[in-house]
Design a binder for this molecule. Structure first.
Ligand code: AMP
Ligand code: MG
Length: 521
């Protein structure tokens, strides 16, 4: 175990690529480089609000005990070996090419090599302006930092690929935000999350270089990414690039399926928020589903088109991979194989999807006839809109041979936001009769099926209204709920956090921050 300020950090990204070394923070275009060297801007009064003991044990980093170590978490100090930088990337936002974006408020401090081949990029989010801040301030508010800190760790414990969060500090400074985009800007407490992942490389890092026709840089970045994060890939240059893209396609498909499994809606699936490692990245106006509504988007900016709604995410994953494919195309002699690789997405997505649904439903295998059942299951849920998490929990205890529609209705009553009408109740009864018959055909034992379901269906999810309440408390200087949630996220498949086993309360359904959010963070 080492202190964060005394680790010998590697700076392979900085060493491997051309960068803008000026240290200038003026917003600007930076052609020809993959990053800008920039130091965090100090804050006035950093205090440590949260620290992830589990992650720090994995990384071999000691909990900061001195002001010197806390200073690193706040951007007020650097370890001698750190060479901080902001990465330059581009992206498609809401389907439109947005040009250069880059880390506008995230600064990578260095890479911590835990062991050979196991390296973690440490990044401060909210550490002050960079050349990519455009007109914004480079800061993050407590509200959004608490959300990222808790949610990324919650996703980790749900076994969904994600970036992680090591620490959360209050900066002691105020940050001005127009939360509702209605001209009523207000000051909010500022905060900084230290987040970490093997890499924060995005589809947008590759798109930027292709758009700028910097093909040497593009080639170098793909070679570096493959060698460092996909060392198992074999073959000549072109085959290897295709194999890499195929793996990104596969990882993205798996990620979309994992989001479906737990009911996660990212909210801003722009290509600059898509990780080439297939991680959930950049937590903003995300939400878990409360009521099962495939058209739900938590992002108020996304309301007009619902592009990033829950039920759209897998299609957007494919669309985004298409952008990555276009960026890689100049590196290949022809695009035929690239397109064919992109087209493996569908098969990969559905393979993982049906396996996942089979597990959620406790089926020993997914037969062709089960696929029609799964469709019917999802359609019924989308019609009745029960609480997704509670519904699946109750499914585990559905008694054999459901007697009639009323008995089924009673069984699931805890999950309904609105009691189904006669038609809905009949549809549910039919569905459950069919389900009961199918599960009796399982080769595995009921106990084994139950175990499968318990491992696939979370019982605790970090609902937006809980986050909202925890944030309100923190803003008042209390941290009781925050601490409870920090524990609850660790065992989401158990009854440990049953104090929170309840639907979203009625008051939270329309309240800002409890259901929907703006991007303003
Ligand atoms: P997002 O959609 O939140 O991932 O951000 C899109 C782009 O806006 C990225 O380039 C971010 O770095 C940048 N950005 C978001 N918020 C800020 C901020 N407060 N200051 C500077 N840049 C920001
Ligand atoms: Mg982003």
């Amino acid at each position: 175990m080492q202190n964060i300020s005394s680790i010998a950090y590697k700076n392979e990204f900085v060493k491997s690529f051309p960068g803008d070394e000026s240290g200038e923070k003026q917003p600007r275009q930076t052609p020809g480089v993959l990053y800008s060297r920039v130091s965090p801007t100090p804050v006035s009064g950093p205090t440590l609000l949260a620290w992830s003991d589990a992650l720090s044990a994995e990384l071999g980093i000691l909990k900061p005990a001195t002001q010197e170590d806390i200073a690193v978490l706040a951007g007020n100090g650097l370890a001698p070996s750190m060479q901080p930088y902001a990465a330059c990337y581009a992206g498609h936002q809401f389907g439109n090419w947005a040009g250069q974006l880059g880390d506008g408020r995230a600064i990578t401090l260095g890479e911590h090599e835990v062991s050979p081949g196991n390296s973690w990029e440490l990044q401060l989010k909210g550490a002050g302006p960079t050349p990519y801040s455009r007109r914004a301030d480079g800061r993050a508010v407590l509200r959004s930092s608490v959300r990222e800190y808790l949610m990324s760790e919650a996703m980790h414990y749900l076994r969904v690929p994600t970036t992680r969060a090591l620490s959360l500090v209050r900066t002691g400074d105020q940050v001005l935000r127009d939360m509702f985009y209605n001209g009523n800007a207000a000051h909010e407490p500022g905060a900084i999350v230290l987040r970490t992942a093997p890499s924060f490389l995005r589809f947008g890092n590759f798109e930027l270089l292709a758009a700028r026709k910097e093909l040497d840089n593009l080639r170098q970045l793909t070679d570096w990414t493959m060698a460092r994060y996909f060392p198992h890939l074999q073959g000549g240059r072109d085959e290897k690039l295709l194999a890499w893209f195929e793996e990104v396609v596969e990882r993205t498909a798996r990620l979309m399926v994992e989001w479906l499994r737990v009911g996660f809606v990212h909210g801003v699936m722009n290509t600059d928020n898509m990780s080439v490692l297939g991680l959930t990245i950049d937590y903003g106006p995300f939400s878990f589903l409360d009521d099962y509504d495939p058209a739900f988007t938590p992002n108020t900016t996304d309301l007009p088109g619902r592009r990033y709604a829950f039920g759209q995410q897998h299609a957007i994953g494919y669309w985004n991979l298409g952008c990555l494919a276009s960026a890689l195309a100049p590196l290949l002699p022809d695009t035929e194989k690239l397109v064919a690789t992109l087209e493996t997405y569908r098969e990969s997505f559905y393979r993982h999807y049906y396996a996942m649904m089979g597990n959620k439903l406790g089926l020993d295998e997914v037969r062709d006839t089960d696929k029609a059942f799964i469709k019917q299951f999802e359609e019924t849920l989308a019609t009745l809109k029960p609480d997704m998490t509670i519904f699946y929990q109750l499914l585990m205890t559905l008694p054999p041979h459901p007697a009639d529609a009323q008995a089924v209705l009673d069984h699931f009553s805890e999950s309904f936001y609105q009691t189904p009408n006669h038609e809905g109740a009949t549809a549910l009864f039919r569905l459950m009769t069919r389900y009961d018959a199918r599960r009796q055909e399982n080769i595995c034992t009921p106990a084994e099926a139950l175990q499968l379901m318990q491992e696939s269906n979370p019982r605790f999810i970090l609902r937006n209204y809980l986050l909202h309440q925890a944030i309100e408390e923190l803003e008042r200087g209390e941290d009781q709920l925050f601490r409870q949630l920090q524990e609850a996220i660790k065992t989401p498949y158990t009854t440990d956090a049953d104090a929170f086993f309840a639907k979203r309360p009625e008051w939270a359904s329309q309240k800002a921050g409890c259901s929907m959010l703006s991007c303003s963070s």
